[in-house]
Ligand binder design. Structure first.
Ligand code: HEC
Ligand code: HEC
Length: 398
């Protein structure tokens, strides 16, 4: 805000100066034009170089003093303006950079409107994509509604270089197409960069991000408490029971701890943005979130089972990410497993039992990468250390 204010005052000072100079020039031209026009007598009488000038006495006193006084005045003005200039210059440079970021953001917003809103929703809050599933030979299998995750916490889960990769190459096997030239997409690298600058501007604050995760957990907890106690119908009672269930289930000694980890794994908020299942459970993104839901899908599209794409609810069996069944062989300790979920994978660096990472596994414990353009973005953590421990315990039980 202060930078904005500075920008406007500097700009207005500039405008005032420009106006004064322009008006001054106008007045000068007008006068000299009129003086030039004036009909005067003989040139010999009036030419200034022929007129008698003051004598030496006066030249060495009054005229000299006057000139010296004027030099002093101009010197003072210069010595005041120079430091002022140096004082304002950093702000001016910041404003110029800020202006560039804002311009990038605006152009990114326009591209987002054109290319992304149809699936990810206005402002990136999440949406759906109609998608045709095919078998390996290209034969039709099913027409599904695939959840497009909200993008309002994406920079908390991925480094910007990883988001760049997703935008450049898309996510094969899902409706997310390639946008950048490297992946054969239509956008230039500058347009892709502008999209990332736009994404920065729509990221949730840490509190909002935590509230989004919590809203998904509450929705799951409601389903659990109403299933256990069908007599529970009053909305306030259900809400209170759900909150209470969550509190006790989050305790590692609770018999509901596994169910709590499963809720985190399947978190539906933000179109699954904060869940694990969308990348680790086949069909989760188009509805396979329970045995019944999977059975319904297969009943509607029998080719799903025939083509081996979806035969039932298979939590953690792997989709975008690898199967998590028997994950203990890659992470002998829960602590190492938790570390990995906290930071996610990095391109080329080994994890677990030295598998090479591709950068495609998000980090859920908060990220901190440097920005190359001026502007700050809050990188919230998605899950607390306790929540990561719960989801890891669930994964290790699969
Ligand atoms: C045809 C629909 C569609 C369009 C258009 C689309 N996306 Fe996506 N995008 C998806 C889907 C679906 C996913 C999730 C894929 C999955 O299940 O892993 C996704 C994933 C992403 C992700 C990764 C998010 C994460 O947390 O894993 C980013 C970033 C992204 N899209 C950005 C964009 C941007 C920016 C645009 C516009 C240039 C765009 N998308 C246009 C459907 C779309
Ligand atoms: C956007 C997709 C995506 C989401 C969401 C996601 N993962 Fe992953 N996960 C991956 C990918 C891809 C890998 C493989 C690593 C790589 O390619 O760098 C992976 C690897 C893993 C591994 C190591 C598996 C192995 O044996 O190599 C674990 C454990 C894991 N994920 C846990 C989780 C948990 C827990 C969550 C949710 C809190 C989660 N993942 C959410 C994509 C995802």
């Amino acid at each position: 805000m202060t930078t904005l204010l500075l920008a406007s005052t500097q700009r207005s000072i500039g405008w005032v100066l420009a106006t004064v100079v322009l008006v001054g020039m106008g007045v000068y031209l007008l006068f000299s034009f009129r003086i030039g026009k004036r009909e005067v007598g003989s040139e010999i009488d009036l030419a200034s170089n022929r007129r008698k000038h003051v004598d030496d006495d006066e030249l060495e006193t009054k005229v000299l003093d006057r000139n010296l006084a004027w030099s002093l005045v101009t010197l003072t003005v210069i010595s005041l303006i120079l430091p002022l200039y140096w004082l304002m210059e950093p702000a001016r440079q910041d404003n110029a950079a800020y202006g560039w970021v804002k311009r990038f953001e605006k152009r990114g917003a326009n591209s987002f409107e054109e290319a992304c809103v149809s699936c990810h929703g206005p402002g990136g809050v999440g949406g759906v994509a109609s998608y045709t599933l095919t078998d390996p030979n290209g034969g039709f299998v099913a027409q599904v509604e695939w959840k497009a995750p909200s993008l309002t916490t994406v920079l908390s889960r991925f480094d910007e270089s990883e988001v760049l990769r997703i935008l450049d190459y898309g996510r094969p096997g899902t409706p997310m197409p390639a946008w950048g030239l490297p992946g054969g997409g239509p956008l230039t690298s500058q347009q892709v960069h502008q999209l990332i600058v736009y994404l920065r501007s729509i990221q949730l604050s840490p509190d909002e991000a935590a509230a989004e995760v919590q809203s998904g957990l509450v929705a799951g907890a409601r389903a659990i408490v109403t299933e256990r106690d069908p007599g529970l119908t009053d909305a306030d009672d259900v809400a209170a029971a759900a909150e209470a269930w969550l509190v006790q289930a989050a305790d590692p000694s609770s018999s509901d701890y596994g169910a709590y980890g499963e809720l985190l794994f399947n978190n539906p908020a933000g179109q699954g943005a904060n869940s694990c299942a969308r990348c680790h459970t086949p069909g989760f993104s188009y509805g396979s979130s329970s045995d019944e839901a999977a059975a319904e899908l297969v009943a509607e599209w029998p080719r799903l089972a025939e083509a081996g794409i979806l035969t039932g609810y298979q939590p953690g069996l792997g989709h975008v990410g690898p199967s998590l069944i028997g994950i203990e062989t890659h992470f002998p300790t829960a602590a190492g497993h938790e570390d990995f979920v906290r930071t996610g994978s990095e391109v080329g660096s080994g994890y677990g039992n030295a598998r090479p990472g591709t950068g495609a596994m998000p980090g859920f414990g908060g990220r901190s990468d440097d920005l190359d353009v001026i502007g700050t973005v809050v990188r919230s953590r998605i899950l607390t250390p306790e929540q990561i421990a719960a989801v890891v315990a669930y994964e290790r039980s699969l």
